[in-house]
Design a protein around this ligand. Structure first.
Ligand SMILES: N[C@@H](CCC(=O)N[C@@H](CS)C(=O)NCC(=O)O)C(=O)O
Length: 232
């Protein structure tokens, strides 16, 4: 029995939802509304002292940190393996995942955006500039790593889905949500498009979550295939 504390728009919960879907693991969603501040409610702080989603509960074991959760799911349900290959390939998957999870995400997290608004008076425009500053730099680096390594195909690592794709797709959702340029991220866009053609990624998308408002803009849920004729 698996329970996932999640918020439809959380990119970190989105990563874990894709893993659960790919592995065909049934789970119950327990919504935590981040905009209403439910992550800081005393009862939830007992579940996750970092006041964040996702948190996974499996057989009485409570686990937070999306990458740790994905590694755990890979142990209990090995198919498909999300961290697979030889030592270099596994390290490469973790390198790409960490770039998004530990370089980009912490700087662009909700609590940081709230803090610059409350402390420095940043309005929505300023918050978008802040978000874009860190997300664009990180994603240009991600694209460059894909290009330099020459290992990408349908996924970040050839034809094999991995944890890196689970980090990439939600980050691309955020790029589109903040209307940041993605034209200079052709490899990222191509991988995003391939992933979104699969049921597991579609089912995990923000638009398809039980706590999503019905009129939510459909960025990843049923978006048309990406076509870039200059990048086969
Ligand atoms: N490193 C953590 C980050 C978790 C995290 O901060 N999640 C965000 C949502 S994407 C959150 O709950 N933020 C709440 C807040 O900033 O108040 C992970 O990868 O799980």
């Amino acid at each position: 029995m698996i329970q996932l504390y999640s918020y439809f728009r959380s990119s970190t919960a989105y990563r874990v939802r894709i893993a659960l879907q790919l592995k065909g693991l049934a789970y119950d969603t327990i919504p935590v509304n981040l905009v209403k501040g439910e992550q800081s409610a005393p009862l939830y702080k007992d579940v996750n002292p970092m006041e964040a989603v996702p948190t996974l509960v499996h057989d009485g074991f409570t686990l937070s940190q999306s990458l740790a959760i994905i590694e755990y799911l890979d142990e209990i349900a090995p198919q498909p393996r999300l961290i697979a290959g030889n030592a270099q390939e596994k390290a490469y998957i973790r390198q790409l995942s960490s770039l998004i999870a530990t370089d980009i995400h912490p700087l662009t997290n909700l609590r940081v955006l709230k803090h610059i608004a409350a402390t420095f008076g940043a309005d929505d425009g300023a918050k978008t500039v802040w978000y874009g500053r860190w997300a664009r730099q990180g994603m240009l680096a991600f694209e460059e790593l894909l290009r330099q390594n020459g290992r990408s195909g349908d996924y970040c690592l050839g034809g094999q889905v991995s944890m890196a794709d689970l980090c990439l797709v939600p980050q691309m959702y955020n790029m589109r949500r903040y209307k940041l340029p993605v034209d200079d991220l052709p490899l990222c866009c191509r991988i995003e498009d391939h992933c979104l053609q699969q049921d597991a990624f579609q089912r995990a998308a923000p638009e398809n979550q039980p706590d999503a408002p019905p009129d939510l803009e459909r960025i990843h849920g049923g978006r048309p295939p990406y076509i870039n004729p200059t990048h086969p």
